[in-house]
Design a binder for this molecule. Structure first.
Ligand code: ATP
Ligand code: MG
Length: 295
């Protein structure tokens, strides 16, 4: 899973990314920089699947870089350079290595997924009361901040109240993270809307910069971190077609996979057709949003 990259030492692997730190000539490992390498791994239902999606790592990397530029006036980001070892060219970025806030910063402009479940139960999302009558896919009166824990590998992120974010990172940083997360979603939504894509919700991660301010890190506004919906097919009251892992999730839950989500067993390998459809969706998301051709 980890590569032998000359000049770098492997420091961490998440579900999708592998992190390496530059090694100096005397063998010391730099602690101020990190090479973030996006793999072609895909996760679903909290499992990392055995089957990679070709070019997924490059799509996530290129799309994040494009968004970091669009958001440049709103928030500083961790990118230092895209001059990276040839072996990982196109899917790696040299970044400032930051102390990360221990929360996933989520903002939602539409109601679905975990937010919908809470609303149907309590009429709230992350404790925020919402008007009655909303359904799956409804646009919210205004975007809301719905933070969650940063779960360890194999565990599920749990929603937390805003007061818990304040407790974890202090009130001023919690307020800054909330404000930035919502503004990133709003900017993203506005840009994507011109290209016929709805960004229903998104998750961002912040680190603490040298001046103590928040720096946008990790990935941003990708199909892995956000729900992208084709705008022309948006129809509240049902699950929306989406640009993400829908084919993978649908196939895994179908009888064809032979997999039982509640069995505790890892999911089976994906058939070629599902891999191809999923790859095409990731590429389409990149091309539609950026207006650039991937290849
Ligand atoms: P986890 O790391 O909890 O497994 P994940 O599966 O989403 O979450 P990946 O996206 O695969 O993780 O890995 C990226 C990891 O790198 C995350 O833990 C993220 O917090 C961390 N990270 C991203 N940018 C930086 C940065 N600039 N400095 C330090 N860590 C970073
Ligand atoms: Mg991640």
């Amino acid at each position: 899973m980890t590569l032998n990259l000359p000049g770098f030492t492997h420091v961490y692997s998440g579900k999708v990314r592998d992190l390496y730190a530059p090694t100096l000539e005397d063998g010391t490992v730099r602690d101020d920089q990190v090479l973030l390498v996006a793999s072609d791994r895909i996760s679903a239902f909290d499992y990392v699947l055995d089957t990679p999606i070709p070019d997924k790592g490059a799509v996530l990397t290129k799309l994040s870089l494009w968004w970091f530029e669009q958001l440049g006036d709103l928030v500083p980001n961790h990118v230092l350079s895209t001059d990276v070892p040839a072996e990982v060219a196109g899917r790696a970025v040299l970044c400032q290595r930051l102390e990360m806030l221990p929360v996933e910063c989520v903002a939602r402009a539409y109601l679905t997924g975990g937010g919908l479940a809470e609303y149907q139960r309590d009429g709230t999302v992350s404790g925020v009361a919402l008007p009655p009558g909303l359904v799956d896919g409804s646009r919210l009166p205004e975007p809301i901040f719905t933070p969650s824990t940063k779960a360890d590998l194999g565990e599920h992120d749990e929603p937390i109240p805003y007061a818990e974010v304040e407790r974890l990172v202090g009130s001023p940083r919690a307020a800054a993270a909330r404000e930035l997360t919502v503004r990133i979603l709003q900017r993203g939504e506005a840009i994507a809307a011109e290209r016929g894509v709805i960004i229903a919700d998104t998750k961002v991660e912040f680190g603490i910069g040298a001046d103590g301010g928040l720096v946008l890190a990790d990935e941003v506004l990708t199909p892995d971190s956000s729900r992208f919906w084709p705008a022309d097919q948006w129809e509240p009251g049902r699950a929306q077609p989406s640009y993400d892992k829908q084919f993978v999730r649908d196939w895994l839950l179908s009888p064809a996979s032979g997999w039982d989500r509640n069995s505790g067993q890892a999911p089976p390998a994906l058939p070629t057709e599902v891999v191809e459809q999923t790859r095409a969706k990731y590429l389409e998301a990149y091309e539609r949003i950026t207006g650039r051709s991937f290849g």
